[in-house]
Design a protein around this ligand. Structure first.
Ligand code: NAG
Ligand code: NAG
Ligand code: NAG
Ligand code: NAG
Ligand code: NAG
Ligand code: NAG
Length: 543
């Protein structure tokens, strides 16, 4: 009796599967299509750090302007208001959030030191200078404030060191000479003496390959990185946990990176690359690129290439994205700080994880047009909540995932952070189509099936086992993200139809799921993003 009922249910389910995988039109112009996400739960294909999410703070002063817009306000490391409660709460919510301090001007920062003879002055705009500003100085009083703030907020700090110190720069952007590490060394000693914890010391910003104006050769850079490793080993002698040595924080260039990685196999722990694959912020077609799945797919290239180099090299270094703002020259207002940018950002997080990237630093936490927080009000932009949901839901084991039904769905799956189940990330780039999604482990179970006869009976057995595996625990949790009023350029995001906003005391709102029956298909609305947490899937990769 029981097995008869089971068979009947399976038949009904198969009927649904075979009759509903065609497009139907309901109520007006809105389309509904069916699709299937295939997940291989046998083994994970990559692993991220537990704290994959990272965001940056930059040095740009208020008079840093692009295309006539000055978007940095007071978001520089030198003047950011560290007493703002939203800033503190936003970082605390991650406990910990990795924060990388750096950017273009880091290479010419001078750290105030007792033996320094120069006065400690801020950056001054000077268009005759290669980087657009004169050398600026970090006062140790400000460094104290920053460290006290980061300690209170529970941030893991990565600091980018002044890699142009001591080099002569030619007018063609090439450089001569070694990195003069003496000023950096005095900063590191000061930091250790004060008892401040630094998670990683990174050497330089965007000087790899052809650089962005200024470049340093791979052989020279490797020697300087080895020097940094010696300094760190020396200063942190006797420390059980030493900071990571990180470099080069530049744009991926296969030959340069290959040589650099080969020559730092004993010193480098993390190799960083920067991602600005959408072009300049002034580009009128940023949204078209973000909504185009083929364009997004081209973003896998630097991840695949870097993973290949690391696999074939003797290094034990791992890959991070050290800075990614999508659109360079400070992003674009109402695009890189709006709901639509979560399509790009979450897709990047998914792709980067798939290729074994351990950490992904978003440019910026605050500042420019691409902040997770609004530069003026500090209010979280949509990407802040997207990052927080990723952090709370996606575990570190990455599962092989593919999707069939429409090219407009981007699908990623990890083992769940909260349970032994899985978490799915589904991004619907299509503004007119609702996608109804079922999950299949066919690729995972495929092996098994190949070894047994493909009779109707084993097929049924497999199907019912799969549905038991997936839906064993009767409910799942869903987080549906949409733009307010359906306007993808809105800076306000809805979670399960409720506006996400800090309250008057600057508290980050709770992120509450919808509880959904496990047997219902997952429905992804047009221009929306859904995280689905499914406990009790019992995938070997997640046990
Ligand atoms: C601007 O930079 C150029 C090149 O380094 C220098 O010669 C000039 O004195 C600077 N101008 C000011 C006002 O500092
Ligand atoms: C490095 O810079 C310091 C000043 O910051 C200077 O005293 C020292 O001579 C320089 N070292 C080299 C090798 O040029
Ligand atoms: C929906 O489809 C209509 C008609 O094809 C089109 O004009 C419109 O731009 C689409 N809307 C979105 C948000 O993609
Ligand atoms: C699933 O992953 C396992 C382990 O990586 C692999 O051996 C197997 O071939 C995969 N199954 C399919 C159908 O791709
Ligand atoms: C489903 O899983 C959740 C989280 O693991 C658990 O709290 C809940 O009790 C489970 N429900 C059932 C019906 O097993
Ligand atoms: C703000 O939200 C937090 C957490 O949700 C809550 O504890 C606090 O009471 C709220 N404050 C106000 C003024 O509403």
């Amino acid at each position: 009796m029981v097995s008869f009922l089971k068979l009947l249910l399976v038949r009904l389910w198969l009927f649904w599967v075979s009759h509903c995988s065609i497009s139907v039109v309901v109520g007006g112009a809105e389309n509904v299509v069916d699709g299937t996400v295939f997940i291989n739960g046998t083994a994970s294909i990559a692993r991220t750090d537990d704290n994959f999410i990272c965001a940056t703070l930059d040095w740009w002063p208020p008079d840093k302007c692009d295309y006539g817009t000055c978007s940095w306000g007071r978001a520089s490391l030198l003047n950011l208001d560290l007493s703002n409660p939203i800033l503190l709460n936003a970082i605390k919510a991650f406990s910990p959030l990795k924060i990388r301090l750096g950017g273009t001007l880091e290479d010419i920062v001078i750290y105030e030191s007792k033996d320094g003879h120069q006065p400690c002055k801020p950056f001054v705009k000077n268009t005759s200078e290669m980087l657009g500003f004169s050398k600026g100085c970090l006062p140790m009083s400000r460094w104290d404030e920053l460290n006290n703030f980061f300690r209170k907020a529970g941030a893991a700090v990565i600091f980018g060191l002044n890699a142009l110190s001591g080099r002569t720069i030619s007018s063609d952007g090439s450089t001569v000479g070694a990195w003069n590490s003496s000023n950096a060394e005095s900063l590191i000693r000061y930091t250790v003496n004060k008892g401040y914890t630094i998670y990683g010391w990174e050497l330089g910003n965007e000087l790899s390959g052809n650089g962005v104006g200024i470049r340093v050769g791979a052989d020279r850079y490797a020697a300087d990185t080895n020097a940094l490793q010696n300094i760190v080993q020396d200063i942190y002698k006797g420390f059980e946990v030493k900071p990571l040595v990180i470099a080069p924080g530049g744009f991926f260039d296969a030959n340069w990176y290959k040589e650099f990685i080969a020559k730092t196999s004993n010193s480098l722990q993390v190799v960083t690359q920067h991602i600005y694959n959408l072009g300049p912020g002034v580009d009128q077609h940023l949204i078209d690129k973000i909504l185009n799945p083929s364009y997004l797919d081209t973003g896998t290239q630097p991840f695949i290439s870097l993973q290949g180099i690391l696999k074939s090299s003797a290094t034990s270094a791992v890959a991070w994205v050290g800075e990614a703002g999508g659109a360079y020259n400070s992003g674009r207002n109402l695009v890189t700080n709006a709901f639509v940018f979560s399509f790009w950002y979450l897709d990047q997080l998914g792709m980067a994880s798939t290729y074994n990237t351990k950490t992904y630093c978003r440019q910026t936490l605050i500042g420019g047009n691409y902040g997770l927080l609004d530069t003026t009000t500090f209010a979280p932009n949509p990407d802040y909540y997207s990052a927080l949901l990723w952090h709370r839901l996606m575990g570190s084991n990455v599962l092989s995932t593919s999707f069939s039904g429409t090219t407009k769905i981007r699908a990623y799956a990890h083992c769940s952070r909260k349970s032994k189940g899985i978490t799915l990330l589904l991004i619907n780039l299509d503004g007119n189509t609702t996608v109804r999604i079922r999950i299949s482990t066919e690729t995972a179970a495929g092996n098994e099936v190949l070894t047994v006869q493909q009779t109707q009976r084993t097929k049924f057995a497999r199907m019912s086992r799969d549905s038991k595996t997936i839906y064993g625990n009767n409910t799942r949790e869903e987080y549906h993200l949409k733009a307010k009023d359906g306007n993808i350029q809105s800076q306000t995001m809805l979670l399960n139809r409720k506006i996400l906003a800090v309250n008057s005391s600057g508290e980050i709102p709770p992120l509450e799921p919808l509880i959904v029956k496990g047997t219902d298909p997952i429905t992804v609305a047009p221009s929306s993003i859904v995280f689905v947490d499914i406990p009790g899937t019992n995938f070997p990769a997640c046990m």
